[in-house]
Write a protein that binds this ligand. Structure first.
Ligand code: 1GP
Length: 230
């Protein structure tokens, strides 16, 4: 299936390291979301990723893998997203792991199925920020500089403003999206209601809903329609 991320407005992100019932998974997959993204920061393995992929594959929804560990690269997804953490304090998360993965898999990689995401992590309390030693105390000019760096210098197709676990600064998201000509702005973090989904959809090109699937499924499902209505 050819995936066009420029059409994505709403995406659910599922963590292979968290359990989800068949009933809940079905609701997520038939919700009308544009894609299900499989990914997580810790505890992601080949086995739990294969397991989740095979369960999602019972449905027609696009299913993409966001790779955080090269041990958990599983064939069979529609697309592979590779995070590059622009504000990481550790080059491992900017080019280090990527170079190792390309060294291992380079000759067999299908580059037309791979999309790089320039992450800017903005919630210092999140696991992702801690693991990547992200510099999260950024003012608007610094975020704007990362956005331009990602789009103009590195030609990244996605800038991902990651507030994982907390609802972010929508004004900052809106202004940052306004700086981008070609790259798509993904927003993720703390969307647990239709109202927050609407606010995020007004600011960003694509909104990602993660934790709410596990914490408050009914409200998570309402975010799909809320985004479509914007
Ligand atoms: C996490 O951006 C996603 O990587 C979604 O964030 O889990 O807070 O919804 P939440």
């Amino acid at each position: 299936m050819k995936i066009d991320i420029s059409k994505w407005r709403h995406v659910f992100k599922l963590d292979p390291d968290r359990s989800i019932t068949d009933e809940a998974l079905e609701k997520v997959c038939v919700s009308g979301t544009d894609a299900v993204m499989v990914g997580g920061t810790s505890g992601v393995t080949f086995d739990n990723t294969v397991d989740l992929l095979s369960r999602i594959r019972r449905f027609e929804v696009s299913c993409v893998l966001e790779i955080s560990d090269q041990e958990a690269i599983v064939p069979g997804f529609d697309l592979y997203l590779i995070p590059i953490v622009l504000n990481s304090g550790d080059p491992e998360w900017i080019v280090g792991r990527h170079q190792q993965a390309v060294k291992e898999y380079g000759p067999m990689m299908q580059w037309d199925q791979i999309v790089a995401e320039g992450y800017v992590i903005l919630n210092g309390q999140s696991t992702a920020a801690k693991v990547t030693r992200a510099r999260t105390e950024l003012d608007a000019a610094e975020v704007a500089a990362y956005a331009r760096l990602g789009e103009r210098l590195f030609h990244l197709p996605v800038l991902y403003m990651e507030y994982s676990g907390t609802f972010g600064d929508m004004e900052l998201v809106r202004r940052t999206a306004g700086l981008l000509d070609c790259a798509r702005l993904f927003y993720g973090g703390g969307i647990d209601s239709a109202d927050r989904a609407r606010q995020a959809a007004e600011a960003a090109h694509t909104v990602i809903v993660g934790n709410a699937v596990y914490d408050c499924l009914d409200r998570a499902l309402e975010t799909v329609q809320a985004v479509q209505d914007v």
